[in-house]
Design a protein around this ligand. Structure first.
Ligand code: SD4
Length: 304
């Protein structure tokens, strides 16, 4: 049975990322290839301060990247705290396809990338460097809520926007997802967020659906948030009901903290239906399923 192909992504820059992924889907390509292409677009083409090159660094000035990729058949790969490599998503895919492992970190991930032919490149942009030097004057780490649209969060912005989380279904009904980020700006060196952790920042299962996350990664890790969303869909919830149920779990456990941090969840079920929910207002996500049908939608939120 033919399935209408569709791709969805977190945040405003998801529009551009979806277009890159759509080229693959439109040509009958796989969801897996599509999400890799979409993530690569965000990692390279857009000079945002939160994914790939030009990302804000950790508090010691290192741009350190996290990424994961997962296919609906259960295959997955990821890299964490990877430095000086432009396309962590493609390294993650190589981990999935060329090694018996799921996750490589830090120096070992970089060594593997270089062995696979990826070139080393300094990813710290002058603007991000300036922003970091400015931050160092006070050196206060407060993960800020990303409730403003990305257009305001260009390099140097002190907010902690925005991971690209992308989910796709292809015309054969296969699902895949990708997640890529430079993580929370000014994080401790070595900090790993949710994005490269299968089940936290991304989870995909052809039998049910897929989910991805953006926001303060520690909350998603604590609650295996993306896995939880998929399991909620398995129990019969719609994508947005499943996202809400996962957020309710987070709020129940950490009510005070939840008032001041953002968690954004995006889900797609095996029929291609899409839903999203965030703790706070301001989360937007992009949907693309026809050449001319590109939508940027406001997510519902738990708090106003
Ligand atoms: C992280 N979830 O590293 C990422 C950051 C993010 O919007 O999505 N910010 O915790």
């Amino acid at each position: 049975e033919q399935q209408q192909a569709r791709v969805v992504s977190t945040w405003d820059f998801g529009v551009g990322a979806n277009q890159a992924a759509w080229k693959t889907l439109r040509a009958g390509g796989s969801a897996l290839d599509a999400v890799e292409q979409g993530a690569r677009w965000a990692e390279s083409d857009l000079c945002n301060a939160t994914v790939g090159r030009c990302g804000n660094p950790d508090r010691d000035g290192h741009v350190s990247l996290d990424a994961s990729i997962m296919d609906g058949d259960g295959r997955c790969g990821s890299v964490a705290a990877l430095e000086d490599i432009l396309h962590p998503i493609s390294v993650a895919r190589r981990v999935m396809e060329k090694t018996p492992h799921v996750m490589l970190v830090g120096a070992g991930a970089q060594q593997f990338a270089v062995e696979q032919g990826f070139r080393k490149k300094n990813l710290l942009s002058p603007t991000a460097k300036e922003a970091w030097q400015e931050w160092k004057k006070e050196s206060k780490y407060r993960p800020q809520m990303n409730v403003e649209r990305l257009s305001k969060a260009m390099p140097g912005d002190k907010t902690n926007h925005d991971t690209l989380g992308m989910l796709a279904i292809d015309s054969n009904g296969r699902l895949a997802g990708a997640c890529t980020t430079s993580g929370m700006a000014w994080k401790l060196r070595g900090r790993v967020g949710d994005s490269p952790i299968i089940g936290a920042g991304l989870y995909v299962d052809n039998e049910v659906g897929a989910a991805t996350a953006s926001g303060v990664g520690e909350e998603m890790i604590r609650n295996a948030a993306s896995f939880l969303v998929v399991e909620m869909m398995r129990q019969g919830k719609s994508p947005s009901e499943a996202c809400l149920a996962a957020l309710e779990r987070i709020v129940k456990k950490r009510e005070e903290a939840s008032k001041n941090l953002q968690v954004c969840l995006l889900a797609m079920n095996k029929h291609g239906e899409v839903g999203a929910y965030a703790l706070h207002h301001g989360f937007v996500y992009a949907v693309c399923d026809h050449d001319k049908d590109e939508r940027l939608l406001d997510s519902a939120s738990v708090y106003a």
